[in-house]
Design a protein around this ligand. Structure first.
Ligand SMILES: [Zn+2]
Length: 338
């Protein structure tokens, strides 16, 4: 029995309701059943004592004699049953569609429902932390709320990045790097999420991309306002992914990597090394594609700052940072990007 019985009951109920409505419609249409009376088929005026096909009461002209002998339908019942069917048919189709309700409800309604959820509490770095924890919940509506919360984290990063217009000071840089690292970590958990539930994140990432493109058009690529937004956008990417054909994709700006590598905080220098490794990885990946299909794709620019990495590997005051730099050196040497 089990799941089969549970699925069958609502279907039986819906079928019964429909059978009832269709019977009601048929009954209303048959009406009084009188086909022996000569009546106007529009206003039901008695035309037994009249000649001709035109009704003197409402002016309706029947085309044939036969039309004057129709049964009079029960119009209110007919209208009621028609309206009920017109409402219930789409509702029944909606319920019987096999998808989860979050996947068959119009997006505009889902966006309204998500907006009603409000804002979650802030995480350790000061941007919204998804309710339900940092792990993707893997359950219908909670997936969507989770993706919505990650979208809010992305929006918060944009807001923080846009607080100033000039180059970032050391404290501001460290604060934003921590926020972006938290957002990046959340974004990456989407890799296990079916993309169909990830659309609130996609929408948030598109907002960053549009703001970045607008800043590029208005101020140029080298302006700090553009660089701040390019940085946010680069953190809303899967590490190692190479979607450089897409307008919503970018890498960590060189100016940001350079500033991170020279930062007084070891945590921020390690952050810079990790983003520089992504850059090295991308040119290695692209070169390996180009070896099998030469000239099909643009080259990824050669990664800069090798001398800085060598310096950090040799003389950074922090042991962990030194060892991360040495890891990057060996990867760089083993795969030899252009
Ligand atoms: Zn009439």
């Amino acid at each position: 029995m089990g799941g089969f019985g549970i699925a069958l009951l609502p279907i039986l109920f819906v079928a019964l309701v429909f059978a009832g409505l269709i019977a009601l419609l048929a009954w209303a249409k048959r009406g009084d059943g009188r086909t022996d009376l000569r009546r106007c088929p529009r206003c039901w005026y008695d035309m037994r004592s009249l000649d001709g096909l035109q009704c003197p009461e409402c002016g309706h002209a029947a085309k044939r004699e036969r039309e004057l002998f129709r049964a009079r339908p029960r119009q209110r019942a007919q209208r009621g049953a028609t309206v009920a069917l017109a409402v219930l048919v789409p509702v029944a189709i909606w319920f019987l569609l096999p998808a989860h309700w979050t996947r068959k409800t119009p997006p505009i309604l889902l966006r309204g429902l998500l907006a009603l959820q409000g804002t979650p509490a802030l995480g350790p770095a000061g941007i919204p932390a998804p309710r339900g924890g940092t792990s993707y919940p893997n359950h219908g509506w909670q997936n969507l709320v989770w993706a919505h919360d990650v979208g809010l984290a992305i929006d918060a990063c944009v807001m923080h990045a846009q607080r100033g217009a000039g180059p970032l000071g050391d404290d501001e840089f460290a604060d934003l790097a921590a926020k972006l690292a938290q957002m990046h970590d959340l974004y990456n958990r989407l890799q296990v999420m079916p993309m169909v539930d990830g659309w609130p994140v996609d929408r948030a990432r598109l907002r960053v991309a549009r703001a970045w493109q607008a800043a590029r058009a208005e101020h140029g690529d080298a302006d700090p306002r553009t660089i701040r937004l390019a940085w946010v956008l680069s953190e809303a990417q899967f590490p190692g992914a190479l979607y450089d054909h897409r307008p919503d994709w970018t890498t960590t700006p060189d100016a940001i990597i350079e500033q991170a590598l020279a930062h007084p905080s070891a945590v921020v220098r390690q952050y810079g090394l990790s983003r520089l490794s992504n850059r090295v990885h991308l040119s290695v990946m692209r070169e390996s594609t180009l070896r099998t299909a030469p000239g099909t794709l643009p080259r990824v620019p050669a990664p800069p700052f090798r001398e800085i990495v060598d310096q950090i590997a040799g003389s950074d005051p922090d042991a962990t940072t030194q060892s991360r730099a040495r890891d990057l050196q060996s990867y760089w040497d083993a795969f030899n990007p252009p």
